[in-house]
Design a protein around this ligand. Structure first.
Ligand SMILES: O=P(O)(O)O[C@H]1O[C@H](CO)[C@@H](O)[C@H]1O
Ligand SMILES: O=c1cc[nH]c(=O)[nH]1
Length: 380
């Protein structure tokens, strides 16, 4: 009897060891897949990679090389599929500083690391116009102010996605805005972009003739980003609404404090109240070009901006810089959560847990994109 007890026990132990091994094996496979995804971006070996963008200039394939002048990059000296082929998220905002900060922040949020003695390289430095940082599958670019500036950047980034054969990249603008009837500090996610006449189209002149491109944004993406807001944790509101895109900060936004002003306070109040009655929640200066160019290329796009004042209460921005800096992080937090969720909690991947293991962190060291040595710079 004692003998058979002992063999029962051995048998049970052997079973448990077997089960544990199976669990460890399954987890190692998941970890390996995760590390591969972080390194290589989206599912590489499913099918031969072709770009998923639509409606692009048919002459692009004839441009050998294609020079992305304002980014200081070209297809002859840079191997686009190798360097940018893994990009899944293209995030953009007005200033180089904001986008560099966001690059470091998103790196931490998605569990990537670079050596403490390196810093992220501005990949568009040679162009001397925009800044561009790459953190694994996330590209972070500054776009300057206004539709002409962001449209130049978008033409070149969309061509980059094409040459790099990127699959379904998502574009997100992370910005600031003037709120319409929303408390300062509120994050506004745009449902669509409209011009000063509330027309949902970006107008450009081609050969002197007006051409209008629809400025719709991806509703599903807006909802997904909104769902990343946690009302229990975040001490700010997040709303979805229409965004008015102006071509100027002063007269185009009905301010009374520009160098010129040929209307009255009453005219301004009437206009802003009309906007509010038409579900316009904010005013900024890039969403029309952003929405039009992304949707023309069949790219899912979202605009996520924090309101730095309520325009119904005034024009001047009196909030201290330290507070503005904190508010500026709010859209970044939501977008970084969205990226993290998309990378690690993708239903198709059946992943229920994000990586906590040091293995991931070690494996991803130096995988945060292009880096260059800098003396004793900390990544965070
Ligand atoms: O969202 P950011 O980049 O802050 O840009 C907003 O702020 C600038 C005006 O101050 C405009 O470009 C407007 O769109
Ligand atoms: O009022 C504002 C604030 C930020 N950006 C704008 O374009 N307008």
């Amino acid at each position: 009897m004692p003998k058979s007890n002992c063999s029962d026990c051995t048998c049970r132990l052997a079973n448990e060891v077997g089960q544990l091994k199976a669990i460890v094996n399954a987890q190692s496979k998941t970890l390996a897949k995760l590390v591969r995804q972080m390194r290589d971006g989206c599912k590489k070996d499913e099918e031969p990679k072709e770009c998923t963008l639509c409606g692009l200039n048919p002459c692009l394939k004839c441009l050998q090389p294609d020079i992305l002048y304002h980014l200081g990059l070209d297809t002859e000296t840079t191997d686009f599929p190798k360097v940018f082929g893994d990009v899944r998220f293209v995030c953009m905002g007005g200033t180089p500083g904001r986008m560099e900060n966001f690059a470091y922040y998103v790196m931490q949020e998605i569990g990537l690391k670079i050596n403490a003695a390196t810093k992220l390289r501005d990949m568009a430095e040679a162009g001397k116009r925009f800044s561009l940082f790459k953190v694994g599958p996330v590209l972070c670019a500054s776009h300057g102010m206004g539709c002409p500036s962001i449209s130049i950047l978008l033409h070149e980034l969309i061509k980059m996605m094409y040459h790099a054969k990127c699959k379904d990249p998502v574009f997100i603008r992370i910005g600031t805005c003037g709120g319409i009837g929303v408390d300062p500090g509120t994050v506004v996610i745009s449902s669509e972009a409209v011009d000063g006449r509330l027309n949902p189209a970006h107008e450009i002149l081609v050969h002197g003739i007006s051409v209008q491109h629809a400025s719709q944004l991806d509703e599903g993406l807006a909802d997904e980003i909104k769902m990343c807001h946690d009302p229990d944790k975040d001490n700010f509101d997040t709303v979805i609404g229409r965004t008015l895109c102006a071509h100027d900060f002063y007269e185009g936004q009905s301010r009374l404090d520009g160098a010129f002003c040929e209307y009255t306070l009453e005219n301004k109040q009437t206009y802003l109240e009309h906007l509010q009655s038409q579900q316009v929640k904010n005013i900024e200066m890039e969403s029309l070009a952003f929405a039009a160019l992304t949707s023309r290329a069949n790219i899912r796009g979202a605009v996520v901006c924090v309101a730095i004042l309520n325009r119904l209460n005034g024009d001047q921005i009196k909030t201290p810089h330290e507070i503005l800096a904190k508010w500026e992080k709010r859209p970044q937090e939501l977008v970084a959560r969205y990226i993290r969720k998309t990378l690690y909690f993708n239903e198709n991947d059946n992943l229920s847990e994000e990586p906590e293991d040091e293995t991931d962190k070690r494996a991803s060291q130096g995988a945060a994109g292009d880096t260059q040595k800098a003396p004793a710079e900390e990544a965070e």
